[in-house]
Design a protein around this ligand. Structure first.
Ligand SMILES: [Ca+2]
Ligand SMILES: [Ca+2]
Length: 69
C-alpha cells in the first residue's frame, strides 16, 4: 500500500491532491467520467480538506478489498 500511495503522491508531500488523484485514476483506467472522479475524490476525502491522506485512502482501499492484511 505504501508503494501505491507513493506512486499516486507524485510530489511526495504525504497527501494526495485532486490533480494527483486524477493522474493516477486516468493511468489505471479506473474511471472514465470526470463527474465520477469528483464524486470518488469527495468520498475519499472524508474530512473535506481537499487532500486524501494516508488514513483516508487506506480506509477506502480496505473497504474495496484491495488490502488482504
Ligand atoms: Ca502530493
Ligand atoms: Ca482529507
Amino acid at each position: 500500500l505504501k508503494n501505491l500511495f507513493d506512486f499516486i503522491d507524485t510530489d511526495k508531500n504525504g497527501k494526495i491532491n485532486y490533480t494527483e488523484f486524477i493522474a493516477s485514476t486516468v493511468t489505471d483506467h479506473v474511471m472514465s467520467s470526470k463527474k465520477n472522479l469528483e464524486n470518488v475524490f469527495n468520498m475519499l476525502d472524508k474530512d473535506g480538506n481537499g487532500y486524501v491522506d494516508r488514513d483516508e485512502i487506506m480506509g477506502i482501499l480496505s473497504q474495496h478489498g484491495h488490502i488482504s492484511n
